[in-house]
Design a protein around this ligand. Structure first.
Ligand code: ADP
Ligand code: RBF
Ligand code: MG
Length: 162
């Protein structure tokens, strides 16, 4: 898994499972299935930390969950990014760039929603700490985040790569 990191990818933010992660205070921006399928198999299911950018906005810290969310027994693999920033508005349809830098833990099951939320809050603080390290801070200014996005979205909502 580690030899594939850092891993850079980008895609349009799509509707997720609509389970109200937002109501829990932990909204997650979901990637389309094509982006999930492009993941190298060495990047195993679990929680990762890194940097994220919505369109040409600022680069923020993020935590990402990859897998089948055992707590919800999902049948579809997902890649969900929680950006550690308070946004005024939703950004469905926007381009999301991410750089995954490190692995935090494998996906696991929980006996209650409270436990899942506490685990995610611990992931957020672990990510914040890891991203303050000089070798991780330097990726924030990588050219990947300075160049225009490869994805554009037409008014029909279709995504095309240029
Ligand atoms: P869904 O099931 O559609 O993914 P969520 O409850 O997970 O719904 O909310 C995700 C949406 O919330 C994102 O697509 C984005 O538009 C918005 N959002 C607002 N703040 C954030 C944030 N800090 N991190 C990720 N998404 C956010
Ligand atoms: N879901 C799980 O079933 N098990 C997990 O270990 C797990 N870890 C997560 C870690 C992070 C940082 C995030 C953002 C999500 C995680 N999820 C996990 C996904 C969670 O079930 C999903 O975002 C729900 O929709 C939250 O209500
Ligand atoms: Mg989501």
């Amino acid at each position: 898994m580690t030899n594939k990191l850092p891993y850079f990818t980008e895609g349009n933010v799509v509707k997720g499972f609509g389970r109200g992660s937002k109501e829990l205070g932990i909204p997650t921006a979901n990637f389309p299935i094509e982006i999930v399928q492009q993941l190298p198999e060495e990047i195993t299911a679990g929680v990762y930390y890194g940097w994220a950018q919505v369109d040409e906005g600022p680069v923020f810290k993020m935590v990402m969950s990859i897998g089948w969310n055992p707590y919800y027994k999902n049948t579809v693999k997902s890649m969900e990014t929680h950006i550690i920033h308070k946004f005024k508005e939703d950004f469905y349809g926007s381009n999301l760039k991410v750089c995954m830098l490190g692995f935090i833990r494998p996906m696991r099951n929980f006996s209650g929603l409270d436990e899942l939320i506490s685990a995610i809050n611990k992931d957020i603080s672990d990510s914040e700490e890891a991203l303050d390290k000089p070798e991780n801070i330097k990726i924030k200014t990588d050219n990947f985040f300075a160049t225009k996005s490869r994805n554009t979205q037409s008014s029909s909502g279709a995504t095309c790569c240029i």
